[in-house]
Design a protein around this ligand. Structure first.
Ligand code: NI
Length: 627
């Protein structure tokens, strides 16, 4: 049986790859960060070539470098090569790193004494077990006690009332353990002063909080005749759309070969990188700017979804097969959820003269996954609509970062109060999506559109006129742009060779949300390491190896290989194989309603057909409103 080049890894392929790696490396001290399909070259996929299945396995071992990336051919059963990573671009953190950091911290006498000084019981193993430790990437800020290039984590801690408690309710404030993972030692205990432990409970698990409301009647979603979509392997077909969905170690949920009515739109669409920079002056937070996707390998933190809770209705799930840190197959059941949702009206008109109404229902196909990275949970939802619109919606939820405060230390401009003796630092969540276009199967060009007012003159005597202005972005530097919602700025991908019935080249426009850009100063570590977040838009001509907005392997890196460096040569992007990079996100000023668990906040973007069709493509929707 032929496996499609972009089909997701099977459990058998994962097991085979690990077996081949072990046999080839004769090394029982390898600890794995991730496993994933080495995506075949785009030209080979588009040419429907038959290629061997190659798996990329990364991790760390006893070598004193940045770890390894091994390419393993599971079709021909051989290890193709193993690349050693540099000290300034290391393999993603894995569970062995976290385990080492946590046990080193808990067994450090200076740290234990500092915890005890805050009134926390450390007298027994049971008491110590109630202390939760969160290891954070040291990023560009490894403590001076840690030699350059050593793998570093910063450990912050929280106290639980029991194993099932909200782990973030009681921060052990003012205390950071700097851990040198390479040397296996705690190199410095940073203590910025004792703040009394908060006393209030902050549980949200239902049983321990308040009685559940009893007046919500059930909503039942049924499709008695079945769904309108079909799934074969990881290929999904729905209402003329075809697309493949898979899970990538860094990008999480990935779409490939998205087409509509057999017309290609996107070759690949996925998150490339994200960053969560904190804006508070408190030394517990001021250094935080985790690159969740690449430093933690977000794809490895994918949830197993539950029917009736995460998804509602007639669901089709796809599993994901990954590797544990010690080399076993880990299957995440129900990792990708696929279902249809009613979405209100698609279009409507009431004719006053004849008193007739024409109305059609809209619906969308939802392809979604949820990832838990420490205290935060991120849902990524791709929506495909009947009118050709494609939407990415990010749902941000989970638990906000917290500080313990007193009346004297409260600094509401940088950390508003959210609970008893608790404040939460201002921060941003900035997501960079890499959109690899293949619009109508050919070369594509990029335009910026916005609305401009026309000055009052003889031809505009009332001063009421405005116009849509389009500008061709011809080079990489042209394409570095920011949102401007007040003038309806958007970016249009055009296939100049494919014209619609009206003689106009077919296009899709990217409609951005009202998103911020990075607020940190230009010279800051985060501005260098996450340079992609300095702007909402970048564009590049397709290059096989350019997948990472912040550069590949960002653990301990200083920003090399990211979009700023990628576009430094200012390549031409006219009528080319176009890749668009869009940074979208939120600046989060936490509020009491975000505690103890945060109601979903939304952000994202839309891709909307502009002259891709000759008229409203949903005129053929059935008049029966139940369809
Ligand atoms: Ni937030």
């Amino acid at each position: 049986m032929t496996i499609h080049l972009l089909e997701s890894l099977s459990a058998q392929e994962v097991a085979t790859a690990i077996q081949l790696f072990r046999a080839h490396h004769d090394d029982d001290q390898s600890f794995f960060s991730s496993i994933g399909l080495k995506e075949p070259n785009k030209a080979d996929v588009l040419g429907a070539k038959s290629m061997p299945r190659v798996i990329e396995l990364s991790g760390v071992d006893r070598h004193s470098d940045g770890g390894f990336v091994s390419l393993i051919d599971v079709t021909n059963m051989s290890v193709l090569n193993t690349t050693r990573l540099m000290l300034d671009a290391q393999a993603a953190y894995n569970y062995i790193d976290f385990g080492v950091a946590i046990s080193l911290t808990k067994s450090n006498p200076e740290w234990v004494a500092a915890v005890a000084a805050r009134g926390v019981d450390v007298s027994t193993d049971e008491a110590l077990a109630l202390i939760q430790i969160d290891p954070w990437p040291a990023g560009g800020y490894a403590h001076e006690s840690i030699p350059k290039g050593h793998r570093a984590l910063r450990c912050i801690a929280f106290l639980r009332e029991d194993a099932a408690d909200n782990g973030y309710a009681r921060p052990i404030h003012g205390l950071i353990a700097h851990v040198d993972i390479t040397a296996r030692s705690v190199t410095h205990i940073e203590d910025s002063g004792i703040v009394p432990m908060p006393t209030a409970s902050a549980r949200f698990d239902g049983e321990n909080r308040i009685p559940a409301r009893s007046d919500l009647k059930p909503i039942t979603i049924t499709q008695p005749e079945g769904t309108s979509f079909q799934v074969s392997g990881n290929k999904i077909s729905w209402q003329g759309f075809q697309v493949r969905a898979s899970v990538h170690p860094v990008s999480g949920l990935v779409l490939h070969e998205l087409s509509l009515q057999e017309r290609p739109i996107l070759y690949r669409a996925a998150l490339s990188e994200m960053v969560v920079p904190y804006g508070d002056k408190d030394p517990m937070h001021s250094w935080k700017h985790v690159l969740d996707a690449s430093e933690y390998n977000m794809g490895t933190m994918i949830n197993s979804l539950k029917l009736g809770c995460d998804c509602l209705g007639e669901i089709h799930y796809l599993d994901a097969h990954q590797v544990t840190f010690d080399g076993n197959v880990k299957t995440i059941e129900n990792a990708i959820c696929i279902h249809e949702e009613d979405y209100g009206i698609q279009w409507k008109h009431h004719d006053s003269a004849s008193k007739t109404t024409e109305v059609r229902r809209s619906r969308r196909l939802v392809i979604s996954s949820v990832f838990t990275v420490g205290n935060y949970d991120y849902g990524f939802y791709w929506y495909l609509y009947l009118d050709g619109t494609i939407q990415m919606e990010i749902k941000l939820t989970g638990i906000v970062g917290v500080s313990v405060v007193t009346k004297e230390t409260l600094n509401p401009a940088q950390a508003p109060i959210i609970g008893e003796n608790l404040s939460s630092p201002v921060h941003q969540h900035l997501f960079c999506f890499r959109l690899d276009w293949h619009l109508d199967g050919g070369s594509n060009s990029l335009f910026e559109n916005q609305i401009e007012s026309i000055p009052t003159s003889a031809s505009n005597p009332d001063g009421t006129q405005f116009q849509s202005v389009s500008r061709h972005l011809k080079t990489e530097s042209d394409s570095i742009r920011d949102n401007a919602p007040h003038i309806s700025r958007n970016w249009k991908v055009v296939n100049p060779a494919s014209k619609n019935k009206w003689g106009v080249p077919v296009a899709y426009k990217l409609l951005p949300a009202a998103s911020p850009t990075l607020l940190a100063q230009a010279g800051s570590q985060v501005a260098k390491r996450a340079a992609f977040a300095n702007h909402n838009l970048w564009a590049t001509p397709f290059a096989e190896e350019e997948l990472s907005a912040a550069g590949p392997n960002t653990v301990m890196h200083a920003g090399q290989g990211g979009l700023a460096e990628m576009t430094a040569g200012n390549r031409n992007i006219e009528n080319c194989d176009l890749v668009m990079w869009h940074t979208v996100g939120v600046t989060h000023v936490p509020r009491p309603e975000d505690w103890p668990v945060m109601p979903v906040e939304y952000t994202g973007f839309h891709l909307i057909p502009v002259g891709f069709f000759n008229e409203n493509p949903t005129l053929d929707l059935p008049k029966n409103c139940k369809s």
